[in-house]
Design a protein around this ligand. Sequence first.
Ligand code: ZN
Length: 226
Amino acid sequence: MPLGGKPTLIDSFQPPIFSWATTLHPHAAGLEAQIKSGETPVFAEVTPQYRGMAPDHPSLEPFYAMAERLDVPVGIHMGYGAPGGPYWVYPKYRAALGNSLLLEELLTRHPKLRLYVMHAGMPLIDEMIALLFSHPQVYVDISADNWGVPRPEFNRHLRRLVEAGYSKRIMFGSDQMVWPQTIEVAVDSIANADFLSSDQKRDILYNNAARFLRLTPEQIARHHGR
Ligand SMILES: [Zn+2]
């Protein structure tokens, strides 16, 4: 849900109508330099769904190849957009493009890609579970779901992911840049989930992301005030 904040290069990227397979994106060299300088540590939020594109649209291929080659995590928006979005703010958004199974060819083409599905592809949770089963490198985040989806509905989806065995691959996020009060709501969605153990809460709120992002022991210690 791109709601505001400073757009990254890839977030503001408008896809061309031809394939990049035989050409080089003019921003590619600059982006690679940004990665190497540490200025761009992650490609997220990648939002092809809002542009009416499948997540493995050929125009994005050079960026995925670069991410795999340079070991950059990639977060792709899959799932809910703005309510009724196609009729006011996102004319090209299509709910069907939030089906996380659309990622399968991309994942098998780039098996080392560190990909996380933003918003856990909600509400298409069966498809999300199928993807997690077959592609063990994939993580999800639950950003925006944890404050924007009615809590009973969110709880059902989260509980399914956990009961299906994926509590080690769910990452907390807020995707919030406009209404900071909702971050408190999002934290509460985990802290007060009675179907989660305290270990599962710690995993979702921190440990899973630390593993996925490969935080160093020093970074982890610093985050814990040690
Ligand atoms: Zn999003």
